[in-house]
Write a protein that binds this ligand. Sequence first.
Ligand code: SF4
Length: 73
Amino acid sequence: MKVWIEQDACTGDGLCVEKSPAMFQLVENISHVRHMGSTMLLGTAMAEIPDVHFDDVLDAAEDCPGECIFIEE
Ligand code: SF4
């Protein structure tokens, strides 16, 4: 499974980073997905979700105030 963020809708509240700091990172109040420990800067960049982080990413997507975290096959 992969995750990406529609950054135009991100509110910058940081809830996703609180839930999964391994998979999300705020840069100038916009959340970015993380992959292999690096920040991915493109708005629609997709990051593979390691199994160990899936529940936290799903939790973040469900509670995201901007409804802008998307999980795909
Ligand atoms: S939870 Fe959603 S709106 Fe909030 S910072 Fe993360 S991606 Fe942006």
